[in-house]
Design a binder for this molecule. Sequence first.
Ligand SMILES: Nc1nc2c(ncn2[C@@H]2O[C@H](COP(=O)(O)OP(=O)(O)OP(=O)(O)O)[C@@H](O)[C@H]2O)c(=O)[nH]1
Ligand SMILES: [Mg+2]
Ligand SMILES: [Zn+2]
Length: 326
Amino acid sequence: MQGQVFKIHSDFYYVNSNNTTYECKLRENIKKQKIDVWVGDNVEFEDGAITSLVKRKNQIRRPHVANIDTLLVVSALKEPELDLIQLNRYLIFAKYYNVQTAICFNKEDLEENLGFEKDIMKLYSDLGYDIFFTSAKEETGILPLRKYLKGKLTAFAGASGVGKSTLINVLTGENLRKTNVVSDKTKRGTHTTRHVEIVEKDNMKIVDTPGFSQVPFDFLTPEELVKLFDDIYVYTSGCKFSNCLHRNEVNCAVIENKDKIGTLRYESYLKFLEEALEYREKIKTISIKKEANFKEHQGKFAPKISTKKREDSRRKVKQTILDELN
Ligand SMILES: Nc1nc2c(ncn2[C@@H]2O[C@H](COP(=O)(O)OP(=O)(O)OP(=O)(O)O)[C@@H](O)[C@H]2O)c(=O)[nH]1
Ligand SMILES: [Mg+2]
Ligand SMILES: [Zn+2]
């Protein structure tokens, strides 16, 4: 039989097939092959054991979810304070995984300055995102969001305390998900949701996730990073140097057009760039170390490692780092 994993609890995998829930474990062959089964995975199973995994359409890490149609990044306008750099972090992260993304600005009941809302709405809709403004508390803006979610598997992501679980409760009309107040002192959430789980209701499939705060870009190179910022990448062809990092170089077309790049987008790029540069350093040191080992191991006259080999080993290092993220 085939079904979709909607919840994982220690060793148990809860699989939905034709509206029936099956509690399964992993068959030995899956364990031996070290195949990870995630929420959202389509699996073959029999007699309470998952026997194989259907190829994924996509996957995101932190949290682990497979086969989603949309990632809805939820941000609060207040409590916790709107953090556009964090929002950009989620957006760029989703773009890296090639997942369609929409944005929901929640707690609009706490925000009086609507002019600001309009500005950010313009910025992100110009970038091609579908945008929603909601108040889960006063239940405003819920209908358009519900309509948007129909027929899709959507993962809700965003910092702790922004109201993901409250929104899901309102959307599904079920008060099942635990929610918690944002701390008075830190104005941050308390990581109330602990598990990743698909909730199904009225043709909406929603994944509630724990609020994860920081996803550092320590797994891609600066060249890969800038390509994920459409609004910055457009200018890069005008830079004088092909290895321009658009940070402080002369004749950099990005810097020259900084005013045209939206609020905090360029600052976000600079911030993530530091992380990508660290990753590049890490790759360099590991490749050099590898090379050194290789020579030592092979004796005095080991041939110099070819560019092709170096690229291969770079790729391997990258894979190792990505695997570590798992
Ligand atoms: N004023 C206001 N408060 C809200 C709104 N939505 C949620 N809250 C409150 O914000 C707090 C945090 O909400 P949660 O739903 O637990 O937040 P979460 O994003 O699920 O947090 P984690 O599970 O920790 O990731 C709760 O006290 C909610 O009642 C809203 O639209 N307006
Ligand atoms: Mg929650
Ligand atoms: Zn440049």
